[in-house]
Design a protein around this ligand. Sequence first.
Ligand code: URA
Length: 441
Amino acid sequence: MNPVEIIVKKRDGGELTAQEIAAFINGYTQGSIPDYQAAAWAMAVYFQGMSDAETTALTLAMAASGDQLDLHDAVAPGTRIVDKHSSGGVGDKTTLAVAPIVAACGLPVGKMSGRGLSFTGGTIDKLESIPGWNPDLSEEQFRRQLHDIGLVVAGQTSNLAPADKALYALRDVTGTVPSLPLIAGSIMSKKLAAGADAIVLDVKCGRGAFMETLEQARALSRLMVAIGSRAGRNVTALITQMEQPLGRAVGHALEVQEAIATLQGHGPADFQELVETVASEMLILGQAAAELEEAQALVRKAIAENTALVKLQAFVVAQGGDGSVVEHPEKLPSAPVIKQVVAPKAGYVQRILAREIGLTCVDLGGGRRKKGDPIDHRVGILVEAKVGARVGVGDVLCVVHARDEVDAERALARIGGAYQIGDKPATPLPVILDRVQFGGD
Ligand code: URA
């Protein structure tokens, strides 16, 4: 099959067959189709979209591009393997808190996570701010750790959905991330290949997410829930707030610190609510709790009794990290220059452009401009005044953590422009916007 014909067909709005999609994906994964043709194809998909049949074919081709795991032999008989995935947001450190909570409640979590994409951060990059922590586990190590401590978060192994691994990095640097079929295929191919029986999807919605409107987020959620159902998996999608950054911290080490604080019971209210909701949904899908109240009680107990924090520490140590950061988060790398963004006038915070905050973090060195760029784990932003907050002149809106004065000054100006302060009281933003399950509308 000639890749140029496939690119041209999609460029001109044609519907690709499952065979054409599989041939293109296999060719790209095996290296016979180069990056520049895959980039052209991704851009054609970005502009022309895909039918549901094409998106399903794309997902299945990417899931089948490498190993397909079955983790049941690494957990107690009858245990359901439950996974979670976020479509990506700013300050989204949810996995760092949810995974230890769920594992502490007795439901094993063996998760493969990704790196940052565009203006959003990635779980693996965040965890790498813990000295020594290693995301690269063999399948054997992954299974053993899941069996022994019930919690593993690893980088996508090179042979799990390798097509997605390659395409994900390519999309990040070719402006082709915010495409509904490409996002759905990317997320669901990894989840299908990783062998989850059930999946909680955290679909971010707002100007700090790839899905900016509720309508788009619902469309993505329904698409992913339907793909999961066709593949025999039980999927619940939560549509969650991303008009403003999640919690306070944006930036790798800062986010790890915030996740630890949340497991100690003093995280920011919006983050705490999201963590409790996602963890509860996972416990329900994993049949570790029969209904919401029971699941919430288990989650709160894991925090109150410190079992989630202890689980986090065991997991960090098992993957070669310095476990003492869990008790002493000040040991995490920190930036040399810290500056405040202050309110230029009194009023109520009406809006914070989350994407601008995310891009500022990238600009500070916390993200990548091209494939494989190193990132600076120390830098980031603490958002002190969220939407709805009442501020006086000179009150702190954000705190910038930068590697030098020049970067810090640039960040201050950019963050100032991301804030809108007005006279009218503004309502704090809700955290959970909707919930989509198969068969629902
Ligand atoms: N998360 C993914 O795994 N893939 C995407 O394309 C976007 C977010």
